[in-house]
Design a protein around this ligand. Sequence first.
Ligand code: ZN
Length: 135
Amino acid sequence: MELTHIEHLGIAVKSLEEAIPYYENILGLKCYAIEEVADQKVKTAFFKIGQTKIELLESTSPEGTIAQFIEKKGEGIHHIAFATSSVKDALADAESKGVRLIDKAPRKGAEGLSIAFLHPKSTMGVLTELCQKSE
Ligand code: ZN
């Protein structure tokens, strides 16, 4: 597959309200968007550094995947997202090489991106997201 850059890092936090001041006041980044993605049970806050973003993820439900992640592993890096010109092609390529997919087809993520996840069992433990700007 052809990846162009790291689109964002997804970081699981217990509370956006508590995490945002660290990114703004200590790291000097600016939160430019807060968005709730209801079907993923998360509220996200975005920062930009170069062409890469930081995506903070707070669970909106105790059953959400972010809440479960924090319960198991604590707060921290949750996933890495690579930009590609075609999530569909990248998925087909990964699948043909035996990679386990979480999403068999692209779906809609935050910021209107088309996204899909590869399973961490096939990626040495790093939950991997592929994303593409929607046409
Ligand atoms: Zn993400």
